[in-house]
Design a protein around this ligand. Structure first.
Ligand code: S3P
Length: 166
């Protein structure tokens, strides 16, 4: 089975996915890295410079289609995959379990507020609007929601494991 982690930027998807893959000997698939590979770029800023957000979203759809059927993988998605329902449809059709790592915006702002590497997190008010727009989408697609603000990656991984009886 596949475990797909969704959530806003800075919610810990990659950290938790890496941790889980080591602990449970699952393949770790990082969608952002595959986007860079597919678009022949080295950063999200380069992706945006090359083809705008459209290139990112089209790449994510193509990648989801390719990786949805990987057996025994933990997939860390980019924070914006919920904009395209088709991505979640690919994962769910393949039997994946979708886990929403739910962090409060204040937690996220504290973690990545000064990280310039994310094109869609350039200033707090705009990022907060995006967060509020997406929040109901994350809840809609989640098979399980985990409040992560005060939890370590290890505890989050353990909660996901218990949910799946692993
Ligand atoms: C994005 C999140 C990023 C990356 C891109 C766009 C978003 O991934 O895909 O910069 O739209 O939220 P992380 O959630 O891993 O930071």
């Amino acid at each position: 089975m596949n475990i797909v982690l969704i959530g806003f930027m800075g919610s810990g998807k990659s950290t938790v996915a890496k941790h889980m893959s080591q602990k449970l000997q699952l393949e770790w698939v990082e969608m952002d890295a595959l986007v860079l590979h597919r678009t022949n770029t080295r950063s999200m800023h380069e992706v945006f410079a090359k083809g705008g957000e459209l290139l990112l979203r089209e790449s994510e759809i193509a990648i989801a289609k390719e990786i949805a059927g990987h057996p025994n993988a933990v997939i860390s998605t980019g924070g914006g995959v919920v904009h395209n329902r088709i991505i979640l449809d690919y994962f769910k059709k393949a039997g994946a379990s979708v886990i929403f790592l739910h962090a409060q915006f204040a937690t996220i702002a504290q973690r990545i507020g000064s990280d310039p590497s994310r094109p869609l997190f350039q200033d707090l008010p705009t990022a907060q609007k995006l967060y509020e727009f997406r929040l109901p989408l994350y809840f809609t697609y989640a098979d399980k929601v985990i409040d992560v603000d005060t939890k370590s990656p290890d505890l989050i991984a353990q909660t996901i494991q218990e949910f799946h009886g692993l």
